[in-house]
Write a protein that binds this ligand. Structure first.
Ligand code: HEC
Ligand code: HEC
Length: 207
């Protein structure tokens, strides 16, 4: 009985959506016009993938991009062929970007922020309250405290998957024009990050 009500409800919802589409603005809204890839949303069979080429320049031969905004993760300017997929045990990026080797490889060293655990190291539920453990660097009301526990030269493992945040570049054309223009705090932030020194900016520590 419960199931039937659910089905009846979803049929009614679909009916409403269809009715809504048919009447809004008087014109016909097709699923193609709703989709950024200009294809029907209910089938993958007719999709023509854009032919894109990833940057071929090897590390050491590429040209770095300006940061998208202050402390944005820098885009990967070189080819990552052979470096992905990254696994916990096999991470080629570290071979050139770990701070102890980066200089000799002419690569930007992994910054201090990647050697800090910004989460509490432990969360315990006690008497209806959550007790968070870890090194607090800025106190804000107990609920918004900023944690920063150094990992002492070992990459914080929440960061092992570099390409989750740093992306290899291709010649794909943007589907939507982007008018965003960064307003850097200073010229320096255009090329380097300083998050480890600024992450508690704006945290109200007066409470
Ligand atoms: C063989 C050494 C090497 C490997 C391996 C390597 N890189 Fe690089 N990387 C470099 C060098 C050198 C540069 C500087 C640009 C250049 O000279 O091509 C660089 C630049 C970068 C930059 C831009 C930094 C900035 O300041 O703008 C990012 C991001 C980056 N690499 C991420 C990665 C990631 C992620 C991986 C793994 C998928 C990786 N790199 C693997 C050597 C390497
Ligand atoms: C969760 C997202 C995330 C992951 C995962 C991550 N990074 Fe970053 N990375 C950032 C952000 C955001 C910045 C810029 C702010 C900062 O310094 O933390 C950055 C900055 C950098 C920089 C520039 C440092 C500078 O001084 O300008 C390098 C190099 C870098 N990351 C390399 C790596 C490598 C190599 C890995 C994998 C081991 C990695 N990152 C994993 C988000 C990430």
């Amino acid at each position: 009985m419960k199931k039937m009500t659910k089905i009846a409800l979803s049929v009614a919802t679909v009916g409403l959506i269809v009715a809504g589409c048919a009447t809004s603005g008087g014109g016909n809204i097709t699923s193609e016009s709703l989709s950024l890839r200009k294809a029907p949303v209910h089938t993958e069979n007719v999709i023509k993938l854009q032919k894109v080429t990833y940057i071929k320049a090897a590390p050491g031969q590429s040209k770095m991009f300006n940061r998208s905004f202050d402390n944005a993760p820098p885009l990967i300017p070189h080819s990552v062929e052979g470096f992905v997929p990254i696994t916990k045990k096999n991470n080629a990026c570290l071979g050139c970007h770990m701070p102890e080797v980066a200089k000799s490889m002419h690569a930007t060293p992994i910054p201090k922020s990647h050697f800090i655990n910004f989460r509490p190291t432990e969360v315990i539920a006690k008497d209806g309250k959550l007790i968070k453990k870890g090194k607090i660097v800025a106190r804000a009301n107990g609920t918004n405290d900023v944690f920063a526990t150094p990992t002492h030269g070992k990459l914080y493992q929440g960061r092992f998957n570099c390409t989750q945040c740093h992306v290899a570049q291709s010649n794909a054309k943007p589907l939507v024009k982007n008018n965003f223009k960064p307003d850097y705090a200073s010229e320096k932030e255009m090329k380097r990050s300083n998050l480890a020194n600024t992450f508690d900016q704006g945290v109200d520590t007066s409470k």
